[in-house]
Write a protein that binds this ligand. Structure first.
Ligand code: DX5
Ligand code: ZN
Length: 222
């Protein structure tokens, strides 16, 4: 975490205008986002279908920012190599859908990427206890995954604090990320609970005054 920054901002391109994706990404980069968050959905693990390795490859060509790939797919172990090859820096998988999550996280690291584990709103924090020492990122979902533009679930504040405590107790260096429904209004509370990496799609790409204003509003919220 850079000393001056209170939190890292990972811009989810799910709400970007894909007709001019390169411009939107450049604008976010100039306005100071730290990472690009790429939401991969397969229509099985979540009800929506979004993007695959090709988009990651495209982002890699457009930007030098770290690419934070969030896999919301069945059998993620089948696809991690393609995402690593496409240029992903971080690859996060859900704890819910993989019986071999420990092995998959190790494989992500062996492919040269940083492994992350994700908790859905309905999954207790304790479920990640046995992988906390092998991940670089823990993502607490603050909406049910599948779509951008959903409402933040306030009860997740307690879970963010609980995961923060688990990270401390484990003496882990893993970053705590939150994703879903983040706005300039709820960000202070999310930050106080311990979040270090904030994902946002709509508050950036759907901001009525444009991308730079959205980023500025989030940055100045804390
Ligand atoms: C939800 C995705 C999120 C989503 C966030 O399934 O994982 O990354 O794009 O969108 P907002 O910030 O609009 O809730
Ligand atoms: Zn996401």
């Amino acid at each position: 975490m850079p000393a001056k920054k209170k939190f890292l901002l990972s811009a989810s391109i799910l709400s970007a205008n894909f007709a001019c994706l390169a411009d939107q990404i450049r604008e976010s980069e100039v306005a100071g986002v730290d990472w690009l968050h790429i939401d991969v959905m397969d229509g099985h693990f979540v009800p929506n279908i979004s993007m695959g390795p090709f988009i990651v490859e495209t982002c890699r060509k457009i930007s030098t920012l770290p690419l934070d790939v969030h896999l919301m797919i069945e059998a993620p172990e089948r696809h991690i190599e393609s995402f690593a090859k496409a240029g992903a820096n971080w690859i996060s998988i859900h704890i819910e859908n993989n019986n071999n999550v420990h092995r998959t996280l190790q494989e992500i690291r062996s492919l040269g990427c940083k492994p992350g584990v994700v908790l859905n709103p309905g999954t207790p924090a304790a479920h990640i206890a046995s992988v906390i020492d092998i991940v670089d990122l823990i993502l607490v979902m603050t909406v049910n995954p599948g779509f951008s533009g959903q409402k933040f679930i306030p009860k997740m504040i307690n879970k963010i604090a609980e995961v923060k405590e688990m990270i401390k107790t484990a003496n882990s260096q893993a970053l705590l990320q939150v994703d879903g429904g983040i706005t300039a209004e709820n960000l202070p509370e999310v930050y106080r609970a311990g979040a270090q990496v904030i994902v946002s799609a709509s508050s950036i790409y759907q901001h009525p005054q444009g991308i730079a204003s959205g980023i500025k509003a989030l940055r100045s919220a804390v």
